[in-house]
Design a protein around this ligand. Structure first.
Ligand code: FE2
Ligand code: FE2
Length: 186
């Protein structure tokens, strides 16, 4: 089965702590939940989720391009349906959080939403502070990141199911920030 082949080829590439294989599996889980309600090609979504960050550890700045290139090479070596490879590659090219996606297919929207959802809620809080620690930056930078970026994620969702999950995670983040302010604010 191609899923196992993809995992064997890609798992070890995920050496970044916030973009590790656990992140990939969470994105896949969320994407499956969204796809169930929105339909879309489940096979394209699954491959796109599994490979979307495979170039991150090598070249984070342009990782959507590096991941897309690697994805084409990896999928060609597997039993994944050849006629769908370009669809997967296109989803990955436009998955980036900060680069506006150009692929408007449902599968690309599902990947974008599922990936962004991993940046908010309880898991988003954990990843934000993990990132801050890894990059040896300050606590204040992490808190600023919530206001500048993470609290805006909810309004950028492109699927109905994604919007619903984002709403719940957004409320949790707000509660966390209120509690934090109570504990450490003036
Ligand atoms: Fe990414
Ligand atoms: Fe990701």
């Amino acid at each position: 089965m191609w899923r196992k082949q993809v995992e064997e080829a890609a798992r070890h590439l995920h050496t970044d702590s916030t973009h590790d294989w656990e992140h990939v599996l969470r994105v896949l889980k969320t994407a499956k939940k969204i796809t169930r309600e929105e339909e879309g090609d489940a096979e394209v979504v699954e491959a796109a989720c599994l490979l979307h960050d495979c170039g991150y550890a090598e070249d984070w700045e342009q990782h959507e391009k590096t991941s897309a290139k690697k994805t084409r090479e990896i999928l060609k070596q597997t039993s994944f349906p050849e006629e769908k490879i370009s669809l997967v590659v296109s989803c990955i090219e436009s998955h980036r959080f900060s680069v506006k996606g150009t692929d408007d297919s449902l599968e690309a929207k599902v990947l974008r939403d599922a990936d962004k959802l991993d940046a908010i809620g309880a898991v988003g809080i954990a990843r934000c502070f993990l990132w801050t620690g890894e990059h040896k930056t300050t606590f204040q930078i992490a808190v600023r990141h919530f206001h500048e970026k993470l609290l805006k994620v909810k309004d950028s969702m492109q699927t109905k199911a994604g919007k619903k999950i984002a709403g719940e995670r957004h409320e949790f983040m707000k509660k966390f920030l209120e509690e934090l302010k109570k504990e450490v604010g003036e």
